[in-house]
Design a protein around this ligand. Structure first.
Ligand code: V0D
Length: 251
């Protein structure tokens, strides 16, 4: 008897139904549930984060394979500094660890790494790892991989407003403001808005992520914890996205 329910077969079925010409160009992800994943297994939170990095590796690879143009991952929010020091220290070791194994693959796949967020408060070893990653992928023209680190949406908007005011006061630009001009002051200046936001772990919130950019994005939520998120879930999100009618505020 044929088993219709293996994950492999579900993936194949979804791949048949997905229109490869309408893959969301920009997917943003809130990678939530590492702590809960670990707690349910009686493991330390660090084990959840470590498994979460594994999911990042896989999601980057699948997204690249599907032809996604921009992938933006919310790795550390401005609110996450409230976590205990040992957890912050552990989290801050992850960019270096990730890039140590992945940077050669990203270079080979023509992926460009980019940071969105305020680098100021990040430890030097994190800034150094990311600067190296950026430098090594600077000339790449394929998928853009944005890591949001020490990122907050309101902070991004306030920072953009301040930079614009400074440019007006110094005569670099005139005092007219429109959406196009304003968005050129955001971290995502040259990057199109996300078509699809995926949030794992059952919360139905934006949590100060890409407030401006998500204005017309489709939102997709799953109860699955980030360390358990896999290719099948990504395909489900893309399939659901393709079933929706996007109107961008028009009727
Ligand atoms: C933990 C789940 C990759 C969310 C994913 C510093 C929480 C795994 C990076 C990373 C984190 C960041 C920048 C970069 C390369 C990789 C990462 C953090 C947390 C917070 F250039 N995973 N990851 N950064 N987690």
């Amino acid at each position: 008897m044929t088993d219709f329910n293996t994950q492999e077969q579900q993936e194949q079925a979804l791949l048949q139904k997905i229109d490869r010409t309408r893959i969301p160009a920009h997917i943003a992800m809130i990678m939530d549930g590492n702590g809960r994943w670990a707690r349910e297994r009686g493991l330390p939170r660090s084990a959840g984060h470590r498994q979460g990095v594994e999911t990042v590796r896989e999601v980057v690879s699948y997204s690249h394979g599907l032809g996604v143009k921009v992938l933006t991952l919310f790795a550390f929010s401005t609110e996450n500094w409230n976590r205990p020091p040992w957890e912050i220290n552990f989290l801050m070791s992850l960019p270096e660890q990730y890039l140590h194994t992945e940077l050669p693959k990203l270079v080979e796949k023509n992926v460009q790494i980019n940071l969105i967020g305020d680098p100021e408060r990040l430890p030097v070893q994190v800034r150094k790892a990311i600067a190296e990653g950026r430098e090594a992928t600077r000339r790449n023209t394929g998928m853009i991989l944005n890591f949001a680190l020490n990122y907050g949406g309101r902070m991004e908007i306030v920072r953009a407003a301040q930079a614009l005011v400074n440019d007006v006061l110094s005569g670099k630009t005139d005092a007219r403001v429109d959406e196009g001009k304003f968005s050129s002051y955001l971290y995502t200046a040259a990057i199109p808005d996300p078509d699809l936001l995926i949030r794992t772990s059952g919360e139905h919130r934006i949590s100060n992520f890409l407030l401006w950019q998500l204005a017309y994005s489709e939102l997709w939520f799953t109860k699955v914890y980030w360390p358990d998120f896999n290719r099948l879930h990504l395909l489900q999100a893309i399939y659901d996205y393709q079933q929706r009618q996007r109107r961008f505020g028009k009727i």
